[in-house]
Design a protein around this ligand. Structure first.
Ligand code: ADP
Ligand code: ASP
Ligand code: MG
Length: 403
């Protein structure tokens, strides 16, 4: 007998029939003799709908109240799913993040898990109950409700699997597993039987929202056996693990797109030491994460520094820069969110020279201009106009994986 954590995403619990379908998967696992902890997301578009509702009342509502609101979506799906399981005659209990022991820091809207007290969950498992836990939420030291950031239920599931030393964490979603690119957008995307934690972490960070990137980081750190599979098809999914068997074969495992970014260019900076330090330390103080950075020579002994941030940080980043205009002495700041990042990821890339140039060639052949480039040992990212991004992804994917 083993302990399994199963997580079901929003589409999987979107309506009554789907909740019954999920209840069937859960109870079948339970009938096979496993202890079972289940993490659920909010139904369908509930979280988006709640955000829209808040905007109608107060577009600048505090983050604390937003978390109070958004956490309700997961409570609904958990209560309904528990009722479906009760109706099937199985012992079940649903728990909120607080009841399940999730303690987080106070970063409302993007809280980090500090600790999970497992007493209640273990007590319920001892009573042979199926335990259903709300994803995406916890409480901070003031006992206020926090949420972990969009897509955070994956992280709730992996965190529970880690602290409970579960034998397996299954992430059920609306596709059959992890593909070489988003199968809903890219023609010819292929399902991967397995992928390494590192590659999956890069793909998730670079825009493949099939897994929350923090969930993969945590799975790697705590050696959680992770599997991504469909709640609809019954097909085997993708295993995320330390070393993939097929690692030597394909040197690229996937292509990802992130359209949720913005580019800021500080134009006409004085060319003297300390400028980059001043800019990026001010941004760091505001907890703004900076991604690709380029410094280039401008006219008349000046330089330009261009960088990307998450779209959500765009306005704040601009404010930080404008606050420094006098001390830095630059000409102006150019800001745009009409851009997207397209990336290839693969652990085998490091031993295969020419991978980046093949990517650039594919993008050139598609007639698309590249604005910025960043590389690491296992990824190459380029910045293109947002309107070209899907075409760039398709071109790059076809180049490496065929149609
Ligand atoms: P859930 O609600 O189950 O958490 P998400 O919408 O968060 O589901 O993630 C699943 C979606 O991720 C899929 O429907 C798919 O469109 C998208 N996706 C993006 N990149 C990939 C990829 N490389 N492999 C599989 N799915 C991907
Ligand atoms: N319901 C939350 C969201 O839509 C968390 C999740 O689904 O993982 O982002
Ligand atoms: Mg998700």
């Amino acid at each position: 007998m083993s302990l399994i954590v199963q997580k079901f995403g929003g589409t999987s619990v979107a309506d009554a029939d789907r909740i019954r379908n999920v209840a069937r998967i859960i109870t079948e696992t339970y009938r096979r003799g496993h202890s079972l902890v289940v993490v659920l997301s909010a139904q369908g578009d509930t979280t988006d709908d709640l955000i829209a509702k808040a905007a109608e009342i107060n577009p600048h509502g505090s983050k604390r109240e937003m978390d109070m609101l958004l956490s309700t979506g997961e409570q609904i799906s958990c209560a309904l799913c528990s009722m479906a399981i009760e109706a099937m005659g199985y012992p079940v209990v649903s728990l909120t993040g607080w009841q399940a022991g999730f303690q987080t820091d106070s970063a409302y809207g993007g809280a980090r898990i500090k600790k999970i007290g497992t007493e209640r969950v273990l007590a319920e498992l001892d009573k042979k109950k199926i335990v259903i836990v709300t994803g995406f939420q916890g409480v901070n030291k003031y006992d206020d409700i926090t949420t972990l950031g969009r897509g955070g239920s994956d992280t709730s599931a992996v965190a529970l699997a880690a602290v409970l030393h579960a034998d397996l964490c299954q992430i059920y979603t609306d596709v059959d597993g992890v593909y070489t690119a988003d199968p809903r957008v890219v023609k010819g995307a292929k399902k991967l039987d397995e992928i390494t934690y590192d590659e999956m972490m890069e793909l998730a960070t670079l825009g493949a929202q099939v897994l929350h990137n923090r969930s993969v980081e945590m799975a790697k750190r705590y050696h959680v056996k992770l599997e991504v599979l469909s709640s609809f098809s019954g097909q085997p999914g993708t295993k995320v693990k330390e070393v993939a068997k097929t690692m030597e074969k394909p040197y690229i495992s996937g292509v990802a797109k992130d359209a949720n970014i913005a580019r800021l260019a500080v134009v006409g900076l004085q060319d003297r030491p300390g400028i980059a330090f001043q800019i990026f330390s001010a941004l760091a103080k505001e907890k703004i994460n900076v991604d690709i950075i380029i410094q280039s020579i401008g006219r008349h002994d000046t330089k330009d520094i261009t960088f990307t941030v998450s779209r959500d940080d765009m306005d704040r980043a601009r404010e930080v820069l404008m606050d420094m205009k006098d001390s830095l002495g630059f000409d102006h700041v150019d800001v745009t969110d009409e851009i997207a990042k397209v990336s290839i990821v693969g652990a085998g890339m490091i031993n295969n020279p020419g991978v980046a140039s093949r990517m650039f060639e594919a993008i050139y052949n598609a007639g698309i201009n590249i604005h910025m480039i960043a590389t690491s040992e296992i990824k190459v990212s380029v910045l293109v106009d947002k309107c070209d991004a899907d075409m760039a992804v398709q071109a790059v994917h076809s180049r490496f994986f065929g149609e």
